[in-house]
Design a protein around this ligand. Structure first.
Ligand SMILES: Cc1cc2nc3c(=O)[nH]c(=O)nc-3n(C[C@H](O)[C@H](O)[C@H](O)COP(=O)(O)O)c2cc1C
Length: 300
């Protein structure tokens, strides 16, 4: 019998453990619907803020042999407009679990955004954007501040609460503990890592913002380590550099219940979801294992 790979995550039922990560094809209804139809188990939207944000001027993305460096500046149309877009996703694919990523300049602003999100099955706090001042890393890398942020947002929504953590800390476990204590249902690890690329002809940083967030295969071992350290605190979504079924299984064996995929969608296209699902099924079949038996297997 073909092993099933459905998972349950804070009450959400996913047909497979693969989640579209925030910020990649998550800006429009048509893109989100395409990703779900291509085989994602759940969808995370682009981070949305209270007011529209234009984002930085180009260049905002640099392709590297081992990943991407981006500093988009969290461009988004603001929550009121965006919710209309998300209603269109729900009309097209009502069964798709939708996680709405929210951000803002202060705990009160993030809570305000979360309080009006009336579409989707869960809310994710982006407490970890490394290249937009005030949007996360300053708050997200201190346990006390992340506790305050999560507590405020927890009071503003009854939806399951996902909290996305930064790896830019000496102690991600303390961040996870503070988030869970304040009401997080799921920890998402990791966001991108602050980094820089310099153009030696121009003798200056390539990105208009100078700094950006590094994603893709370069950060995968960091993400696997973070998941390993967090996964006994709460269910974890492991994100960072997953491109193949082996990479996804690494996250799951480190203790992830589900796996986020971002940069690989750019690099490999939408087939990546189906390809990874099939690879996981084949692996489980060949070993006579269930997915549950593999979760956290590397920890024992
Ligand atoms: C172009 C781009 C935009 C992103 N935008 C967001 C965002 O709006 N909110 C967020 O929480 N993470 C954002 N991320 C981070 C991803 O969701 C993910 O955590 C990170 O890229 C690591 O996963 P990956 O290596 O599979 O891309 C973005 C990443 C990229 C590459």
């Amino acid at each position: 019998m073909t092993p099933g790979i459905e998972v349950e995550l804070a009450g959400l039922r996913l047909r497979n453990p693969l989640i579209l990560a925030s910020g990649i094809m998550g800006n429009t209804a048509s893109a989100l619907v395409r990703v779900y139809r291509a085989g994602a188990g759940a969808l995370t939207t682009k981070t949305v803020t209270k007011e529209p944000v234009e984002g930085y001027r180009n260049p905002v993305v640099v392709e590297l042999p081992f990943g991407l460096l981006n500093a988009m500046g969290l461009p988004n149309p603001g929550v009121d407009y965006f919710l209309e877009e998300l209603r269109a996703v729900k009309r097209e694919v009502p069964e798709a679990p939708l996680i709405v990523s929210v951000g803002g300049n202060s705990p009160d602003e993030v809570a305000d955004v979360a309080s009006v999100v009336d579409v989707g099955e869960a809310v994710e706090i982006n407490a970890s954007c490394p290249h937009v001042s005030g949007h996360g890393v300053e708050i997200g890398s201190t346990p006390e501040l992340i506790g305050e942020l999560v507590r405020k947002v927890r009071e503003s929504t009854s939806k399951p609460l996902f909290v996305k953590l930064t790896p830019m800390t000496h102690d991600i476990r303390s961040l996870g503990e503070a988030a869970v204590e304040a009401g997080a249902d799921v920890l998402v690890a990791i966001n991108t890592i602050r980094a820089m690329v310099i153009d030696v002809e121009a003798m200056k940083p390539v990105l208009s913002n100078k700094f950006g967030g590094l994603s893709g295969p370069a950060i995968r071992p960091v993400a696997v380590r973070a998941v390993y350290e967090l996964s006994d605190l709460a269910p974890v979504v492991g994100v960072g550099g997953v491109e193949t079924w082996r990479d996804a299984l690494e996250m799951i064996m480190a203790g992830a219940t589900a796996v986020g995929i971002g940069t690989a969608v750019y690099k490999k296209g939408l087939n990546v979801f189906e390809e990874i699902s099939q690879g996981i099924i084949k692996y489980l079949e060949s070993r006579g294992l269930t997915l549950k038996e593999v979760v956290g297997a590397a920890k024992s």
